[in-house]
Design a protein around this ligand. Sequence first.
Ligand code: GLN
Length: 617
Amino acid sequence: MSGADGAAGSPIQAYLERMYERYADLLEGEVANYIPELAKADKRWFSICIATIDGHVYEVGDARQPFTIQSISKPFVYGMALEDNGEQEVLSKVGVEPTGDAFNSISLDPGSGRPLNPMINAGAIAVAGLVRGESAVEKLHRILQTFSLYVGRNVTIDHVVYQSEKSTGHRNRAIGHMLRNFDILGVDPDPILDLYFQQCSIAVTCHDLALMAATLANGGVNPRTGQRVAKPEYVENMLSVMATCGMYDYAGEWIYKVGMPAKSGVSGGILAVLPGQLGVSVFSPLLDAHGNSMRGLRVCADISKDFQLHLFNAPRISTSAIRAKYDATHLASRRLRGSEEARLLKEHGEQIRIYELQGELTFTTMEPVAREVLQHLDTTESILIDLKRVVFMNDAAQEVLTDLMRTASAQGVALVLAGAHEQDWLPKTIAVQGPALAPLTPPPFADNDLALEWCEERLLSGRGVERVPEATVALTAHDLCQGLTPDELARLLENLQARSFSAGDAIIHSGDCPDHIYFLSKGTVSVTVGLMNGRRKRFSTLSAGMVFGEMALVDRLPRSADVHADTDVECYVLSCEKFEDVACLDASVRAALLRNLLRHVSRMLRRANEEVSVLAQ
Ligand code: GLN
């Protein structure tokens, strides 16, 4: 018995080991003998694997013992036929109705000769005929290549088994010629039968099958390599036929008891898929009368029951997609506002509603979001939807969101998106067409803070606030100069130095020793810090009349953030030495400056506290 690396102490590993012990001595059933080579299988071979959709494989027993894949190849080649020909073409040749017949039954539609489904041999042979390729060699090469992508290593044919089946496969050959007779196969069936025998003879291990199952569970992307092997819509088709026909004439009882799409093969493998969650595989060559692995059936039924994996016992989606909701009276953007703007935002801020969404957005999780947003539309001016914590958004959820944007826009409400830029599911339709669909909607913002600022600006401009970026604020109107007499102002001015910067200039670097504080008299600057993920976070954007670098006066510790000029900037700087030198600034000026500074610092602290309380929701 072997365990996967790093599995020591794992409750899942321990469970698999118990399961192995439970059935190790169950030696009922027969190994397949109609293909002579398969009869040589060791009936004690037994292994169980579980592969997660992040690519971890738990394994027990003979998980690395190679055997031929046999019928388990059928759904995967079916997937290729779908990719090569499209769903309609494939459906016209092979149906999707369970037969309730044995795998090797000659179940063809009496009228059209169309095999009833692709999981019985007749259907699988017809499907092999649909694999594209200039030559037989190329077709086989493509099948091997695709299977290699599923398992994440190069797979090959077991030629001995292939020859064994080829020389005894008369029934399959009969099926092939029947298909030719009905024109389901339009060409000589023999090379197609050959391809079918070869696909059945691909050597795999139980470990491989678990990864194949996990790839299907993961929507067609191999969780180990990250490579897409099948399109999600075809994975859906593959899993559907596995669910209804994958276990031959046991399919009904299987889905009833185990509840997972699955496929078995006469060499003793079974692979089962819990979509979106995991893959299970079992290998044990002793078969029941249907041709399914006896131990495999038991193990899968137990695993499904013990871990509550039945598809129709799906866990309820209990987490709300709305992680937090608040309005702009609770949280302001990082643009610091003058008192009039701050007042307007406090008074009307409830007109900006912010929704932080989380998790997976699907129809089911998005529908309550739509209901919530619509409920407040009449009293809202802008809606900010923060997608930063969303891990995935499917097409249905995008559709609901796009519709919401349209409805909002038609009512004069802007719906602003933020935080989706680095996600590969970024709703491209929305990003590209959003503004066209909903003219009030700006393109999505990378940062929720910038999106909130956009909403605030919209609110302010609707209330008569005009942006005059050129305006220079006289020293007397600066926050830090409140309460200074004209005399005191004049004395302060004598000790200030004028400095100007161009848009984009770095004014302060984090880590530098502080030497000055800055009175911003024209333009805007932004204070930012670098985050561990390499991005930058804005702490604040300041406009004329505000102060920055002020901590220098208080603690003299190295600069904790960077400051850049957003526009051309003019400011006055006061050196820390001059501030402390009584010969330069007398006590009353210093006291007034410190009082103003204290008020400024306490305002910042209140703001930070408010933000913490909103974000702690
Ligand atoms: N190659 C085998 C056959 O056609 C596959 C059957 C199976 O695994 N059920 O007979």
